[in-house]
Design a protein around this ligand. Structure first.
Ligand code: ADP
Ligand code: ADP
Ligand code: ZN
Length: 213
């Protein structure tokens, strides 16, 4: 099963994608996580990506598409995957579509996690991330067992540089301009499913699982 998670920054794509990956035994692929791992390791890709990420802008398609295509070509993706944060532009979606079509394949579902802008700034300012294992928490809604510490790996949790309110505003603008058109794109392909992302994390997941079967 090949699934795309769509939604604004902070809508809960990552949170849901992790649960989908676990339930359906498929890898969770987050381009944001791949970029952050590269930044942490000081690679050339990481340094290039950081310039854009810190401003709340998208990393150019030239850099993004190749890492995604390389990733989905790996052995563990044979049985499907859940993409979180890719595609984010129409050209990215077209490249993915063509690459799949060449293999006689296609995306099965594009799940749109719908959350209004009013809720997003709250989601983002409360988000705490573990840069070590990629786990995500929310100080109020989804707190870790011990404050400031990752449940999974024990590393300290941080507020991402790009989750500060000023940058979040930019990211929302970028979302509406460049990413939201994908909703129409996948609607036309007949694979779009929308869920109400303002519900509790578990209820959102229940709605998604009902769609995926
Ligand atoms: P969020 O989950 O909050 O939406 P991500 O971790 O997906 O954030 O992405 C963080 C940043 O990484 C984005 O603001 C953007 O700069 C960059 N990024 C991630 N995925 C892509 C992509 N597919 N295309 C361009 N930039 C991306
Ligand atoms: P995205 O990947 O779309 O940027 P995340 O999954 O990282 O979004 O979620 C953004 C923030 O909102 C995180 O702090 C996360 O813990 C929290 N969150 C996720 N789902 C919910 C929910 N259903 N209700 C409340 N908070 C949520
Ligand atoms: Zn961790």
């Amino acid at each position: 099963m090949k699934i795309i998670m769509l939604g604004a920054p902070g809508a809960g794509k990552g949170t849901q994608a992790k649960m989908v990956a676990e339930k359906y035994h498929i890898p969770h692929i987050s381009t944001g996580d791949i970029f952050r791992a590269n930044i942490k390791n000081g690679t050339k890709l990481g340094m290039e990506a950081k310039e854009y990420m810190d401003k709340g802008l998208l990393v150019p398609d030239e850099l993004t598409v190749k890492i995604l295509l390389d990733r989905v070509a790996q052995e563990d993706c044979q049985g499907g995957y859940v993409l979180d944060g890719f595609p984010r532009t129409i050209p990215q979606a077209e490249v993915l579509d063509r690459a799949l079509a060449e293999l006689g394949d296609a995306i099965d579902y594009a799940v749109n996690v719908d959350v209004p802008d009013e809720n997003i700034v709250n989601r983002m300012s409360g988000r705490r991330a573990c840069l070590s294992c990629g786990a995500t928490y929310h100080m109020v809604h989804i707190p870790p067992k011990k404050e400031g510490v990752c449940d999974t790996c024990g590393q300290p949790l941080v507020l991402r540089d790009d989750d500060k309110p000023e940058t979040v505003k930019n990211r929302l603008g970028v979302y509406h301009e460049q990413t939201q058109p994908l909703i129409d794109f996948y609607e036309k392909k007949g694979v779009l499913k929308t869920v109400d992302g303002t519900q509790d994390m578990k209820d959102v997941f229940q709605a998604i699982a009902a769609i995926l079967g």
